[in-house]
Design a protein around this ligand. Structure first.
Ligand code: 1HE
Length: 260
């Protein structure tokens, strides 16, 4: 796919990992309408060989959020449609065909944090910082952040970030749940790619269940969640791939779980 602000490269064994990169470093990878649409199309049109994806940003920062130069051009109705377009694009990331690992560095702010929070795993390097400057710019989140970010860090922390402009550094971000991995500066992509390659080896149906069922079960009353879990587990275990993987373990041909 061709977009000057987004590149897609397919890598790894059996072409199983897609690298989706924001390539607008001169504007700190700020997300204009074209770039949001390119993200949507990238996840809608993943090649069939792809089993996992990494998303990262070129230059000193992951993403400076919404392209503020486009904001002044919109009236209320257009603003509503704009936000809904972000929702569709980031839903394609979260509920697309494959798990997505975000490799974070530098600024992960505003819509950049909204994009990161639509991914399944976030790997941050030590240069990462997180903020929601919408509060001080007189606007609100519009890319699904009010739904996804509280699920990572809680409503009160998000409220604080928006009311006070609080910036979390990389270590505190990992501590509160903005990222699951913290790695030395300059190594987030390598770690994310390693994780994506590992994820790509799972049975596709297991990955699909994790991406699509887990967040929905989290929204359901417990009683419904147990039922969804039972249905999902019945479907997953009935796949031939599940049978052969379990047999491989029982016959001593599959890796044991190693002590961490
Ligand atoms: C931009 C943007 C942008 C940079 N829209 N052009 N997001 C923000 O409020 C964050 C605004 N950006 C920043 O605070 C800083 O740029 C950074 C901390 C991310 C990076 O600082 P730095 O010193 O490396 O870069 P810079 O000199 O500030 O910016 C370089 C260029 O990128 C400059 O343009 P130039 O033509 O003068 O070179 C900046 O204007 C441009 N640039 N960030 C447009 N965001 C779905 S709703 C989501 C709502 C939000 O995301 S609100 C939060 C928006």
């Amino acid at each position: 796919m061709k977009s000057k602000d987004l590149s897609i490269e397919i890598r790894g064994e059996q072409q199983a990992v897609a690298i989706v990169r924001l390539t607008r470093p001169a504007k700190r990878n700020a997300l204009n309408d074209g770039l949001v649409e390119a993200i949507r199309k990238a996840f809608e049109n993943m090649p069939a060989t792809v089993r996992a994806a990494v998303i990262d940003g070129e230059g000193e920062h992951f993403c400076a959020g919404l392209d503020l130069s486009e904001l002044s051009e919109r009236d209320a109705g257009q603003g509503m449609l704009h936000s809904r377009a972000w929702h569709v694009a980031l839903e394609r990331v979260q509920y697309g065909p494959v798990p997505v690992v975000a490799a974070l560095h530098g600024a992960v702010v505003g819509g950049g944090l909204e994009l990161a929070s639509a991914c399944h795993i976030r790997v941050a390097d030590d240069s990462t910082f997180y903020a929601l400057p919408e509060g001080s710019r007189g606007i609100f989140v519009g890319g699904g952040g009010s739904v996804r970010i509280p699920r990572l860090i809680g409503v009160s922390r998000m409220t604080d970030m928006m009311l006070t402009g609080r910036v979390y550094n990389a270590a505190d971000g990992e501590r509160i749940g903005l990222a699951q991995y913290l790695v030395p500066t300059g190594t987030a992509f390598d770690k994310a790619f390693e994780l994506a390659q590992r994820i790509a080896q799972n049975a596709p149906l297991t990955n699909y269940s994790l991406m699509h069922a887990l967040p929905r079960i989290a929204e359901q009353p417990a009683d419904h969640g147990f039922m969804t879990e039972a249905l999902m587990s019945a479907i997953a275990q009935s796949a031939p791939e599940a049978k052969s993987r379990v047999r491989a373990f029982l016959e001593g041909r599959a890796a044991k779980v190693q002590k961490a």
